[in-house]
Design a protein around this ligand. Structure first.
Ligand code: FES
Ligand SMILES: [Fe+2]
Length: 344
């Protein structure tokens, strides 16, 4: 785990079959889920993938279906830098090529068509990042929030939701739902009236500021009418699949929304805190905070899983409100990025 792993150099490109923003690094797994010595099979971007660590601990990621007769490479084994198919032992390197076919003799030349798609994969900041797009377009920098790149202790939990990642992300951008979904936690105070919200983009990061109030018959303020919005609680979305609640400099809730397929998302939820930094106690506080986060997340889950359709688009016939501005910003940017990738 950590930020030291070397960027893999792999071949391959993503298809257009999944409604993803192309040409992006996605946080798709927790670093701890890929251990040395055995392959791991997951579905991400609607594809069956296999990941493993090579002899130096670098992460490799390939399409998980063997090019011989379709067996799942994740049911095979890791030897040195290679993954071996469980069916007839074909050996794959991290660039997706078959390097040996035992039935033909280990020294025999391997035909060029014996290969599967490979993805760039990196282990950094406690996540496995996979590039969904053309490898030659991959930027060097990963889309992690700057404050979590250094020493900021955290605890993590994860769970799978039965919705597309667009629904799961939009839930975290939704400032209207707080008093209805979280009346006894973060939505206490029956603040049903939504001022603004103020939203702004800085490169690939959307920041939005929450100013909800109890309804005394007043007219909600527009974003332009809100003064001192800088002092309000702010949250951020970072393209393509990260979110954080900036509770204070030393306390943050952060989430990565790993796209499994059109109807499933794995949410990695982290509580970062450096209020209590003493050894052991720090971990206890992180873990306790993350348990509380889980309670809030399950309040969301109860409702989000009922939303139809299970994924969203910019134009989809929903009747959005002014208070939905962060959701609208997300949908617009996603559409724009998908569209510009199609033009390339
Ligand atoms: S199916 Fe993989 S080696 Fe035959
Ligand atoms: Fe919520």
């Amino acid at each position: 785990m950590g930020e030291t792993s070397e960027r893999g150099r792999r071949l391959g490109a993503a298809g257009s079959e999944a409604p993803m923003i192309p040409n992006q690094w996605y946080a798709v797994l927790s670093s701890s889920e890929i251990r040395r010595g055995r392959p791991v099979g997951v579905t991400r971007f609607g594809k069956r993938l296999v990941l493993w660590r090579d002899s130096e601990g670098n992460v490799a990621c390939l399409d998980g279906t063997c090019c011989h007769r379709g067996a799942n490479l994740a049911a095979g084994r890791v030897e040195g830098d290679h993954v071996h198919c469980p069916f007839h032992g074909l050996r794959y390197s991290a660039d997706g090529r078959v390097v040996a076919i035992p039935a033909n003799g280990l020294e025999a030349e391997v035909p060029e068509n014996f290969r599967v798609r490979a993805y760039l994969a990196v282990d950094a900041f406690g996540f496995i990042w996979v590039f969904y797009g053309k490898p030659e377009d991959a930027p060097d920098d990963l889309p992690m929030f700057a404050e979590f790149r250094g020493n900021f202790p955290y605890a993590e939990r994860s769970e799978v939701w039965g919705v597309h990642y667009s629904r799961a992300i939009e839930n975290q951008l939704d400032v209207i739902h707080l008093p209805f979904v979280h009346p006894n936690t973060i939505g206490r105070g029956h603040k049903t009236l939504v001022n603004g919200p103020v939203t702004m983009w800085d490169a690939d990061t959307l920041t939005f500021y929450v100013k909800n109030e109890p309804d005394h018959g007043q007219t909600p303020q527009t974003a332009d009418e809100i003064e001192n919005w800088h002092d309000l609680n702010s949250l951020q979305y970072r393209v393509p699949n990260l979110w954080q609640n900036r509770i204070s400099d030393d306390l943050r809730v952060m989430a990565a929304f790993a796209p499994i397929d059109d109807e499933h998302t794995k949410i990695y939820l982290r509580l970062y805190q450096r209020i209590v930094t003493a050894p052991v106690l720090c971990d206890v506080v992180c873990a306790a905070g993350n348990v509380a986060n889980g309670v809030i997340l399950h309040q969301d889950r109860r409702v989000v899983l009922t939303q139809r359709p299970k994924k969203t688009e910019l134009k989809m016939g929903e009747n959005l409100l002014r208070g939905d501005k962060p959701v609208i910003e997300f949908r617009s940017r996603r559409e724009e990025l998908k569209h510009s990738a199609e033009q390339d």
